[in-house]
Write a protein that binds this ligand. Structure first.
Ligand SMILES: C[C@H](CCC(=O)NCCS(=O)(=O)O)[C@H]1CC[C@H]2[C@@H]3CC[C@@H]4C[C@H](O)CC[C@]4(C)[C@H]3C[C@H](O)[C@]12C
Length: 327
């Protein structure tokens, strides 16, 4: 399972959790403007917008999980197992393999209008990256500072949904996730009034009772409701430190602790990493399961006119900053 979210203060923030039981060996990868993309069915592309994100690099190719470009657009792929169906390669169409989808969009779009125009022409196909990498079944969130959309390729074709809550998890399909939010219409960050029955003496014996009924489990539908509530009600200052801190708290509402989601005998899904991109300024922040200190990689500290990928492995080990003589 995974969760993605957007957040806006003075700048625009975009990120996700990656929840899984093992890692593919991902790192923070900066693709500069002159790196040559060789698209499977669309030929070669030279000059483009610079991209920073989390990717598994295979044969010098960045297989992005989530990324932003230098124009402030963010995009993330999340599992959509059992529902994602990709198209067949069709002569004369813009055939883009699902593993190329993030660079295909981020390399050439500066606005969400451009994203929509591109999506209207795309034929998203299931061409595998390599034999050992069959096409993952994914769906995507794409967003800028003003709006978010969800893209799902299913049996009856490609769907593009407005995403008014700026979040995405996994199954079921997005329209159903949004519908199920109706179940939580009564929830509030304020203390509830007694609307149960006026003649029954009911009290608010604890703070936080306005959101009683918000699901606490790790299922995708429950995480969707929980992160949507948290994201839509989140309040923070607009400085970089306050915004980034708040963003990690939003995704922290759906953090997965080792032991609570067993996917096979003795195998547990955990939040391997959590990212928070400042999409306005091209910065990729992240934490890992054991490293809670926020790490940062700034695309503008690199030569963005270069031709080769720059990779930063995640610092995954935790550190304690001692305040007295311990170490
Ligand atoms: C496993 C992850 C989703 C985690 C998740 O959601 N786990 C809950 C399962 S469940 O939903 O609860 O059942 C997903 C998210 C992004 C994916 C990569 C995207 C690029 C590339 C695409 C290629 O086509 C195949 C290889 C490739 C490296 C992909 C590997 C893997 O698929 C990644 C890491």
């Amino acid at each position: 399972m995974c969760t993605a979210a957007t957040y806006r203060t003075k700048d625009f923030y975009f990120g996700r959790t990656l929840d899984y039981e093992f890692s593919y060996g991902e790192e923070i990868v900066i693709t500069p403007r002159n790196y040559e993309f060789h698209f499977r069915h669309m030929g070669q592309a030279e000059e483009h917008y610079a991209i920073i994100g989390m990717a598994h690099v295979a044969g010098d190719y960045p297989l992005y999980y989530d990324a932003i470009n230098e124009k402030g657009i963010g995009m993330a792929g999340l599992n959509f197992v059992g529902n994602a169906v990709y198209a067949e390669v069709t002569e004369g169409k813009e055939n883009v393999a699902s593993f190329e989808f993030i660079p295909w969009v981020l390399r050439q779009c500066a606005t969400m209008d451009e994203v929509r125009a591109l999506l209207a022409k795309i034929n998203l196909v299931g061409t595998p990256f390599a034999e050992q990498f069959p096409a993952s079944q994914l769906h995507w969130i794409i967003a800028d500072e003003n709006e978010a959309i969800t893209v799902e390729s299913v049996a009856d074709g490609l769907h593009v949904y407005e995403n008014p809550v700026g979040v995405l998890t996994n199954n079921p399909p997005f329209a159903q996730q949004m519908f199920m939010l109706n179940n939580y219409i009564g929830l509030s960050p304020k203390q509830p009034e007694n609307s149960f029955a006026k003649d029954v003496p009911l009290n608010t014996y604890s703070r936080g009772m306005g959101a009683l009924g918000l699901p606490g489990d790790l299922s995708s539908a429950s995480r969707f409701a929980r992160v949507a509530f948290t994201r839509m009600n989140a309040v923070s200052g607009d400085s970089e430190a306050e915004s980034v801190s708040q963003f990690f708290h939003i995704l922290g509402s759906v953090d997965q602790q080792r032991g609570c989601c067993e996917v096979a005998e003795g195998k547990y899904e955990i939040t391997i990493y959590t990212s928070c991109c400042n999409a306005t300024r091209g910065i990729y922040y992240y934490t890992t399961y054991d490293n809670h200190r926020i790490m940062g990689v700034d695309m503008h500290a690199e030569d963005l006119d270069g031709t080769t990928l720059t990779c930063y492995p995640m610092i995954a080990e935790g550190q304690v900053s001692w305040q007295n003589g311990q170490n």
